[in-house]
Design a protein around this ligand. Structure first.
Ligand code: DSN
Length: 432
């Protein structure tokens, strides 16, 4: 039976938009550092009848009947998450990364408490205490940023700030930081000031699974992640934690609960209602895929491709924030150019290279235009690209940037070349 055949019959407008998006995603270079291609299996689990079921509560303790099989399913997802990351506890119910992070605040802090996190312009996430987000409105962010000269964390500076401000929690994680994070160093600082250490690994989870990025689990009280992005699962979040609380604090209304119980309580009933079981099923499938040797090879190749792309762009004279990358992402720094990050991102998209404009450290331009473009290699690696392909990609990026003033003439030619190039690759969830 043709895929989407029912939808095509009953709702041709939606069918047509999905069809167009599918063609778009398989004829352009998906370089947004937070996107990926989910497999057919993940998509089938997410599109299953599990969307029909209510199951407020947790396995074995639900507020609805009829959950024999979904109890087994959620337990399977939890066990797979624990096994994949070597964690003591997992909660797979958060609807996405922001709700997962919100639950961390509710479990660990009181309103008005201080936390250390990176501001959004420095590469942090909205939920790490940024002022327009609940996390910056209800809690007090003590900011830390990469050193503007080196683009890397200055641990002496971070320690000094932590000791002066004594936040209750330190977020470590980013949406736009191209270097490895040494959780051990952050754990030392958190230990010195009796703060919780929480890692947000949404961007780099597959690199951790592949062993090409330090592992936060041994060092952090809580680890938060999304299951889409590099993990190639559904659009959702999950939390890993230690079982016991190092501090036995009284922040939470019931101080007898251990850390794992407080995390669970914060997610449900603290913030959410019924879990999205179809998404949890897709997540469990993605966790299983991530336990294969192929997935490990993918994680290793993502980092190799990012390094090759960075080196190729540097060789062509481009500046990269932080000087390069040792993760999946790199940030082109256009501070010296007359065009903005936004203009570059638009010109790239017009040419078939889909990325996003992004602040660079010390950016003089506003967050609405920026001086940078963020690129990630995880989607290109997923469809099978290797280092030699990264040289081609760097060539197209260079052509776009050199021709930005006459992009309307150049973009259609590049777009065609890229579509032709893409036709030789296999797209999970798209090409059979
Ligand atoms: N919006 C995501 C990103 O693009 O990095 C973070 O949640």
């Amino acid at each position: 039976m043709e895929r989407y055949s029912h939808l095509k019959q009953t709702d041709p407008e939606i069918y047509e938009l999905i069809r167009k998006q599918t063609n778009y995603e398989s004829s352009t270079l998906k370089m947004i550092a937070s996107e990926s291609y989910a497999s057919f299996s993940v998509l089938e689990a997410c599109g299953s009848i599990l969307t029909n079921k209510y199951a407020e509560g947790y396995s074995g303790a639900r507020y609805y009947e009829g959950n024999e099989f979904v109890d087994q399913l959620e337990t399977l997802a939890i066990n797979r998450a624990k096994r994949l990351f070597g964690a003591e506890h997992a909660n797979v119910q958060p609807y996405s990364g922001s709700p997962a992070n919100h639950a961390v605040y509710r479990a660990l802090l009181k309103t008005g408490d201080k936390l250390m996190g990176m501001p959004v312009p420095s590469g942090g996430h909205l939920t790490h205490g940024w002022k327009v987000n609940f996390s910056g409105m209800d809690y007090v962010q003590i900011p830390y940023s990469p050193n503007p000269e080196t683009g890397k964390f200055d641990m002496d500076q971070i320690r000094q700030t932590a000791k002066k401000e004594r936040p209750k929690m330190i977020w470590v994680g980013a949406t736009a930081y191209p270097h490895k994070i040494e959780y051990k160093d952050f754990a030392e600082i958190a230990g010195e000031i009796d703060a919780y250490l929480v890692a947000d690994i949404a961007h780099i989870n597959a690199l951790i699974v592949a062993g090409v990025h330090p592992d936060p689990v041994p060092y952090c009280d809580v680890v938060s992640s999304t299951s889409h992005k590099m993990l190639r699962g559904p659009r959702a979040g999950f939390l890993l934690s230690k079982k016991e609380d190092r501090f036995q604090t009284n922040y939470f209304s019931d101080s007898k609960l251990n850390l794992a119980q407080r995390i669970d309580r914060a997610v449900f009933p603290g913030l959410q209602g019924g879990p999205h079981l179809h998404i949890i099923a897709g997540m469990a499938t993605a966790f299983q895929e991530a336990m294969t040797p192929e997935f490990k090879n993918y994680g290793v190749q993502v980092a190799k491709n990012a390094k090759k792309l960075a080196d190729s762009l540097l060789a062509k004279g481009y500046t990269l924030a932080g000087g390069g990358t040792d993760t999946h992402l790199l940030i082109l720094d256009f501070r010296k150019e007359e065009f903005t990050g936004k203009e570059a991102a638009k010109a790239l998209a017009q040419s078939g290279i889909i990325a996003n404009f992004n602040m660079v450290p010390g950016d003089p331009r506003s967050p609405f235009v920026t001086s940078g473009v963020r690129l990630g290699t995880q989607s290109l690696t997923t469809i099978g690209m290797k280092e030699t392909d990264m040289e081609k990609v760097a060539g197209w990026i260079d052509r776009v940037c050199r021709n930005i003033v006459r992009i309307n003439d150049e973009a259609p030619k590049i777009r065609l070349e890229i579509a032709e190039f893409c036709s030789q690759f296999q797209f999970p969830g798209i090409t059979e």
